[in-house]
Design a protein around this ligand. Sequence first.
Ligand SMILES: *[C@@H]1O[C@H](CO)[C@@H](O)[C@H](O)[C@H]1NC(C)=O
Ligand SMILES: *[C@@H]1O[C@H](CO)[C@@H](O)[C@H](O)[C@H]1NC(C)=O
Length: 367
Amino acid sequence: MKPKWLPPDHSRKLVAIVFIVFLVMFAIRRGLYHSLHFKHRLVHPGVLSMSTDHRGDLLEMVRSIVPPLAYDRHKGQAGRVGVVGGCQEYTGAPYFAGIAALKSGADLAHVFCTSDAATVIKSYSPELIVHPLLDKQTGVAEMSTWMERLHTLVVGPGMGREQHIMDNVKGVIAKARQLSIPVVIDADGLWLVTVSPEVITGYNKAILTPNIVEFNRLFQAMLGKQPEKNASSENVKQLSQAMGNLTIVQKGQTDVISNGDKVLLADAEGSPCRAGGQGDILSGAMGVFTFWGYDAVRRGVDNPLLKEYGPSIAAAYGASTLTKTCSRLAFSKWGRSMGAADLIPEIHYVFEELFEMSGPGTPVQRL
Ligand SMILES: *[C@@H]1O[C@H](CO)[C@@H](O)[C@H](O)[C@H]1NC(C)=O
Ligand SMILES: *[C@@H]1O[C@H](CO)[C@@H](O)[C@H](O)[C@H]1NC(C)=O
């Protein structure tokens, strides 16, 4: 006998159907919500899980240089980064480098560009401090004053190859060497180094980030021959030694990093999409990591791999792993449409998962 309080049969079915439909819609909404709001935790479970112990140790090395966040630190302590580049034709590159440094944790990013590029770059972001000094006759002197407040310099994104600009950049690099601040050189900065290697050779706080074409050109210029086929590690080490043991990062599917002594491969999975601007994001992130690396050594941070590889390789490995992983996540959402701008919103999540002190698998407490 059916109790009285139950509705008649057909409306019970109706209630069940409405309930199931509601459940399905709820599940779909959650999925959509999370993919639209970039919460990869649910969309890509295990996407960042590490395969080898060695990689775990390398990430621990990077974590050891990341400065702790604390309320008593003042503005600028986590890094004041200068980006040298940006001209009439290229305004996106210095923007990407500067913003990547900021999103990776730098407190301030200065861009030193030509006067006709400054307003354009400023208008992309209120977060960048933009100086129209790169093409000025008094540029070197004026930039030098600013550089005394910087921790690290990224040279080359969108710099162009005009002679009077390259001459000013030489002056800026000389000042950085004098102040002993780390310098990351990419893009047209590598062109400058290829034609005038003396601006950087022997400066062991420099990191060069050539792609394969730039690498071959530089190798030819320094060693008077083409690099051996199929011997990336050896070639990169050789070029580093020929330039006085500065750090070289040969970019590719796997980034090959050497300081003339050690070689380290950064083989995080990236994406097959070669959208322009990803190199600028890498160099900007590397700028801030490099400052952290040298600062960690100064603070006496105790990590065995940091001791073995040194601050430049640790920084290069960190920036490479961060950028490749951001690229992979952006590609999983946008496919061929992916652009460098799509990497920027990934930085926060990837950084937190890979490098925050609580470590992967031990989520940072959210909200
Ligand atoms: C390059 O090296 C790999 C692995 O060492 C080897 O399998 C491959 O045959 C080599 N290719 C050439 C062209 O030498
Ligand atoms: C560079 O490093 C190699 C290997 O550690 C060493 O043999 C060489 O003397 C170094 N060169 C310079 C210029 O420091």
